[in-house]
Design a protein around this ligand. Structure first.
Ligand code: G6P
Length: 503
């Protein structure tokens, strides 16, 4: 999928300040991947959405895991692969592990164990049941893939012209920085955690050896970035309570192996000019025309990966309640759920997708009429279609159980053309920023969500216009450029300016 971007808008944030460093991005998922027929398409999820902009603006190379047979084939060529558009290719360095090791890393430890833990998804009375299977997946999967990624990153970093600034992403790679630090003590290391950081109590679901390795792995960085202030607080308290370290809560810093490690919140965002430009392309206009032909008077939209954390089933149940309690909305509204199947090699994700389908089908069977389908459920990976849905909604439902940020809320708020209302979970990171102009819901409270849908659908035009304008302004002034510039500023002020024993 081609990307419309204006890297110059980002270069102004990084120019000069990043000069002492050569940045290098490290993540599990690559920004583009070979899709059906070998065509490259953009990878799923928030990390790729945000980091592509950084790579395009800075020209930073990228180290990522080869996750699929097609990616392993590309990796087998040995050298870096050029991805992205021809004007500004991204140099991708793959790390290929054998498929069973990768499965242990990705499908047993990273997802679901760590992802479920950090989104409070375990039903603790029954799961997780940590046994030899988990320990094997930890040692032979998570630890080894992390080390392989770290070693590849170090090889690439050694070729960079200036001092390496290694920007590691997310929970899949908690153990990479400590290995990088061993091999390249002078590098500047920053890791951004895109998902929530739970309380120390909840971390105790993991055995001490695992959780200590995660925490000390992260402390090998110079700066650890989180989505919200509450994640920063939880992280510092975790270091204090689980590792017994003394933490400076005012400075939001801790000393580990004689180095200062800073914890900071940088709410991630979207590339505003790129998204705006994309929304006016003929391809998107065509998608919008298609949607307009089919839509009834009101459209509720959701765009999500089929992840249990996204709370899709409760969203449908809330909508069902709305239709039952307030039959005046029947036939006048449709719920368009445009979903990306996610992590389908993991049983719990397959089961969840099945229950999403079953719930929508039952509601359509029970309440649908000959010429009215209450829920239009569509699966696919198509950014243009998602953008068309953003433009067309009257209500955008974003009701995750917990979510690091949720960029759908920001993309929707920016692009919507109908003064649509955002119904937003109080447990989405985006709520810290967008809450004042959204309809706040508790994601577990189905009745309250139904009420919020009702109020949003019926809101007066002046109210909708005011809320939509304020949301849009908030996103426009807090775009990805700001996310990057805050990090660059801190790297400069906290790491570069301050003498540390490592330099
Ligand atoms: C979230 C995570 C990312 C992940 C993405 C897609 O946004 O924070 O790290 O890449 O979901 O998930 P997947 O497992 O398909 O890469």
């Amino acid at each position: 999928m081609s990307r419309v971007i204006d890297p110059s808008s980002l270069r102004r944030y990084t120019a000069g300040v990043l000069e002492p460093w050569s940045p290098l991005l490290v993540s599990n998922r690559a920004p583009y991947e070979p899709g059906p027929g070998g065509r490259l398409r953009r990878g799923a999820g928030g990390v790729v959405t945000a980091l592509l902009t950084v790579a395009e603006a800075t020209g930073a190379p990228w180290v990522a895991c080869a996750r699929t047979p097609a990616e392993r084939e590309l990796a087998a060529t040995g050298g870096p692969v050029d991805l992205g558009d021809m004007q500004r290719p991204i140099r991708l360095h793959y790390v290929a592990s054998d498929s069973d090791r990768y499965r242990k890393f990705y499908s047993v430890i990273a997802n679901p164990l760590i992802w479920f833990l950090q989104h409070y998804l375990w039903d603790l009375s029954r799961e997780p049941l940590i046994n030899a299977r988990y320990w094997d997946a930890w040692e032979d999967g998570y630890v080894r893939v992390n080390h392989a990624v770290a070693e590849r990153a170090v090889e690439v970093a050694r070729e960079l012209p200036r001092r390496p600034l290694i920007l590691t992403q997310d929970y899949q790679l908690y153990l990479a920085p400590s290995r990088i630090r061993e091999l390249l003590p002078q590098a500047t290391l920053q890791q951004f955690i895109h998902i929530p950081w739970p309380t120390p109590h909840y971390w105790k679901v993991l055995p001490q050896q695992m959780r200590d390795a995660i925490l000390t792995g992260l402390l090998a960085n110079d700066v650890v970035g989180f989505q919200t202030n509450s994640d920063v607080r939880n992280f510092l308290v975790s270091v204090e309570e689980l590792l017994g370290y003394r933490v400076d809560h005012r400075e939001r810093a801790v000393i580990h192996h004689g180095r200062v490690v800073w914890a900071r919140a940088y709410p991630i965002s979207i590339d505003v000019p790129a998204m705006e430009q994309l929304s006016t392309t003929p391809a998107v206009e065509q998608e919008i025309a298609g949607l307009q032909q089919r839509r009834p008077e009101k459209l509720i939209v959701r765009v999500d990966r089929t992840d249990p954390a996204k709370n899709i089933v409760r969203g449908f149940l809330a909508y069902e309640r709305l239709l039952r309690q307030r039959p005046e909305w029947r036939r006048r509204v449709q719920f368009y759920a445009f979903l990306q199947p996610s992590r389908q090699d993991i049983t719990v994700y397959r089961d969840y997708l099945a229950s999403v389908k079953a719930t929508a089908e039952r509601i359509n069977r029970d309440l649908g009429e000959l010429d009215w389908e209450p829920i239009r459920l569509e699966f696919g990976e198509n950014l243009r279609r998602a953008v068309a849905a953003y433009c067309e909604y009257d209500v955008l439902l974003v009701n995750p159980i917990y979510d690091g940020m949720n960029l759908v809320a920001k993309e929707g708020a920016l692009l919507n053309r109908r003064d649509g209302v955002l119904v937003l979970s109080e447990n989405a990171g985006a709520h810290e920023e967008l809450g004042p102009w959204a309809m706040t819901i508790n994601p577990f409270d189905v009745d309250a969500t139904a009420d919020a849908l009702h109020v949003s659908l019926g809101a007066t035009q002046p109210t909708r216009r005011r809320l939509a304008r304020l949301l849009r302004e908030q996103v426009k002034t807090h775009d990805i450029g700001r996310w990057i510039s805050l990090q660059v500023r801190d790297l400069h002020d906290l790491v570069y300016e301050q003498p540390s024993p490592a330099r």
